[in-house]
Design a protein around this ligand. Structure first.
Ligand code: MN
Ligand code: MN
Length: 330
């Protein structure tokens, strides 16, 4: 009996080990820090695609979904990816970012096997050739739709709904200057797949879901909701953005936000910027905490008074603000 038990144990161990060897650990698909709808849905969509193509992959996220993303996940019955911030020793596919500051902190201890992004390239280096999908379109979801087409894999209804939402979110309901013709045709096609009848109505609903908690969230958490850190000419620069369907929602929070920005600057940022974007009026109230206000004038061509300025037509952080700041810091 004893001999049988130990035989069974060794067979079980061998079998388990063999399976582990055959399967390996699944590839991780991860979006940027402070994940938005595109970062989370793109991780889900790419993990599904890769798994269908024969490489087992799982989505993870570097933080909990924000209220807008929770609304999208609930609406299209998608599971939130588990929060995991360490990727050391794993194969990793990056979505919706391609730079170290937005990536998991220990990414250099992982093997990047691919990336899909629609932001500026941020200097990820690899030892081996990798798969890269980078195009100047409005949303990673648009590029991932191309990836499904290229692989001949059908897009599941739930993922189509998630990616349509990501496109509406990233392009501010197709109004942002980052919106391309391909984003428009893709969102129409995905909406059809997902059974979405009114694209605009969905867009309004998801922004409203994101705006619902603006009154109750602390200034610090509000600032972090969609906040990105960049290294510009050796200086740490933070740029946040909050998008609302009516700027009046945010006006009572301006002092809290400026205080949170000063606190953050004191923690080692050279300067901290925040766009309060009104997607209906199509412009942004631009808040800043910087030792030299001249940097705002150099970056955006407007002369601010005090610590904020309304800039009509300013909607895109990556297309309108970051390039100007990069230039101003050089
Ligand atoms: Mn994003
Ligand atoms: Mn995106």
């Amino acid at each position: 009996m004893k001999r049988f038990t130990s035989w069974l144990l060794s067979v079980t161990l061998a079998l388990g080990w063999g399976l582990a060897l055959a399967a390996g650990e699944p590839m991780l698909v991860v979006g940027h820090k402070n994940p938005d709808t595109d970062a989370i849905v793109s991780a889900i969509a790419v993990a599904h695609l890769k798994t269908q193509m024969g490489t087992v992959a799982v989505p993870i996220a570097q933080g909990q979904p924000n209220p807008e993303t929770r609304f999208v996940l609930d609406t299209f019955q998608l599971a939130a990816p588990p929060v995991q911030t360490s990727v050391a020793g794993r194969q990793v596919f990056l979505v919706d970012h391609s730079d170290y500051p937005q990536a998991p902190d220990d990414l250099k201890k992982a093997e990047v096997v691919g990336l899909v992004d629609h932001h500026k390239l941020g200097g990820i280096a690899t030892d081996k050739p990798i798969e890269v999908w980078v195009f100047p379109v409005g949303c990673s979801g648009t590029i991932i739709t191309r990836m499904y087409d290229a692989a001949g894999v059908p897009i599941p209804k739930s993922i189509a709904g998630g990616m349509a939402s990501a496109i509406l979110s990233d392009t501010q309901i197709l109004k942002s200057p980052t919106t391309t013709a391909e984003d428009r045709t893709t969102v129409t096609r995905l909406a059809k797949l997902a059974g979405i009848e009114d694209i605009n109505a969905l867009g309004m609903k998801l922004f409203e879901a994101g705006n619902a908690e603006l009154k109750s969230v602390s200034g610090k958490d509000l600032l972090q909701r969609d906040f990105k850190t960049f290294m510009m000419n050796g200086k740490k620069v933070g740029v946040g953005q909050l998008e609302v369907v009516n700027l009046a929602f945010l006006t009572p929070r301006k002092d809290d936000l400026l205080k949170a920005m000063s606190d953050l600057k004191a923690e080692g940022y050279h300067s901290v910027f925040l766009m309060l974007t009104d997607i209906m009026k199509e412009g942004s109230d631009f808040l800043f905490v910087a030792d030299d206000a001249g940097i705002v004038e150099a970056a955006l061509g407007v002369k601010p008074q005090g610590s904020s300025i309304w800039i009509p037509g300013l909607m895109s952080r990556k297309k309108q603000v970051i390039p100007g700041l990069e230039k101003a810091y050089k």
